[in-house]
Write a protein that binds this ligand. Structure first.
Ligand code: NAD
Length: 356
């Protein structure tokens, strides 16, 4: 039997304990060390709670002590680049939280660097692993919906109002780019997973809560190369039925044969053209948001072990970030923006191209 892969994780903020809990349910790997930034007490406490043996604030010392097989990065996007360069140039595979980098150009540079060094660099994009999206994909592939032509993803977490919004992630309030960059990137990746490539966007943004710097309202119309339209309708300041509900909002996939509805608790219903309304029952795995963090991290480990293909390699994820950038451009220009096709090397062009 192969020994479990040794992981070293960086970052001990809001998401780290969720990610560490997920690692405990992943087979074939374990986190052996945890690296923080300045706050030794916090690193020690998070490591203790998660049963991680090594804790500290010096990455080089952690690598010497743990001799990891991979680095797991869970720090703010602006810090991803330096950490990835450090690991990749030492031949250390990386799983890195979304968004991959602060800009599309940097994401493309990092993807290319990893590619050149032959080192796996995978984005920890867990949203597409939420079970209601996996079920949606199965139902589409089985032909239940027919040709999906119009999807609405209505994101309503209800956590962005008041003078102190986003209690779990208060740093959101100061981000100059908020919903599209931080959360919309999940929905764009999930759109690509469900419906294929996005090649044109038309987007409007607004800031509703005066206490936040960036946009907290986004309506983006995403055109897929298969001819479908996906409307990402996101509003973080609006009142929500359930604050930060399991599915963060609702989704409807309208197809030629049926409409598929996902409620904010993950419940799925199929409305067929013949009038039948069927509840689609499925297993909800344990863990954060239907086990999606476990599934994403498991996919990375399986890929490292050669038993699967990584679903969100950096080379492909650049395209997701490029669509995010195109949405910002569209909102600024007040018109549609087309996204250029991939370059031969597999790393897409970093900039969107305006429509005439
Ligand atoms: N997948 C999801 O659903 C999900 C949810 C929340 C956050 N995230 C992502 O996870 C990442 C972290 O988010 P968060 O909410 O935990 O942020 P956070 O600000 O709460 O925590 C960031 C942590 O990184 C540490 N840090 C900063 N710079 C560092 C450096 N150079 N070296 C080592 N440690 C450093 C900070 O001290 C802190 O412990 C972000 O990329 C975010 O987008 C993903």
């Amino acid at each position: 039997m192969q020994r479990p892969l040794r992981g070293l994780m960086v970052g001990v903020g809001y998401f780290a304990p969720i990610q560490l809990a997920a690692w405990r349910a992943v087979s074939g790997a374990e986190i052996r060390g945890l690296v923080g930034h300045r706050d030794r007490a916090r690193v020690g406490a998070v490591a203790r709670d998660a049963g991680v043996g090594w804790a500290g604030i010096d990455l080089a010392a952690a690598i010497d002590a743990v001799r990891p097989d991979f680095l797991d990065i869970c720090t703010p996007p602006a810090t991803h680049g330096d950490l990835i360069r450090y690991a990749v140039t030492r031949g250390l595979p990386v799983l890195c939280q979304k968004p991959l980098a602060a800009t599309v150009a940097e994401a493309a540079e990092l993807a290319e660097l990893a590619h050149r060094h032959g080192v796996p660099l995978v984005v920890n994009e867990n949203w597409r692993w939420q079970p209601w999206y996996r079920e949606t994909k199965k139902l589409i592939d089985a032909g239940v919906v027919g040709q999906p032509f119009h999807t609405t993803m209505r994101m309503r977490p209800g956590d962005g109002w008041g003078e102190h919004p986003y209690p779990d992630q208060p740093y959101f309030a100061d981000m100059p780019r908020l919903v599209l960059f931080e959360t919309g990137v999940h929905y764009i990746d999930t759109t690509r997973f469900l419906f294929g490539e996005i090649d044109k966007v038309q987007c409007t943004t607004a800031t509703v809560n005066p206490a936040v710097a960036g946009e907290d309202l986004v309506v983006a119309v995403l055109h897929t190369s298969r001819g479908g339209i996906v409307v990402y309708d996101a509003d973080r300041s609006a009142v929500a039925r359930t604050v930060r509900s399991l599915a963060y909002g609702t989704m409807s996939v309208e197809g030629t044969e049926a409409t598929l509805e996902v409620a904010d608790d993950g419940t799925m219903t199929v409305l067929r053209r013949d009038g039948q309304v069927l509840r689609h029952a499925y297993r909800m795995p344990d863990g954060w948001k239907g086990g999606c963090a476990i599934a994403a991290q498991q996919n990375f480990v399986d890929a490292l072990r050669g038993g699967a293909e990584a679903e969100t390699p950096a080379t492909d994820y650049v395209r997701t970030m490029q669509v995010v950038e195109a949405c910002y451009q569209s909102a600024a220009l007040g018109r549609a923006v087309r996204i250029r096709a991939d370059r031969a090397a597999g790393v897409p062009e970093p900039a969107g191209e305006r429509l005439p």
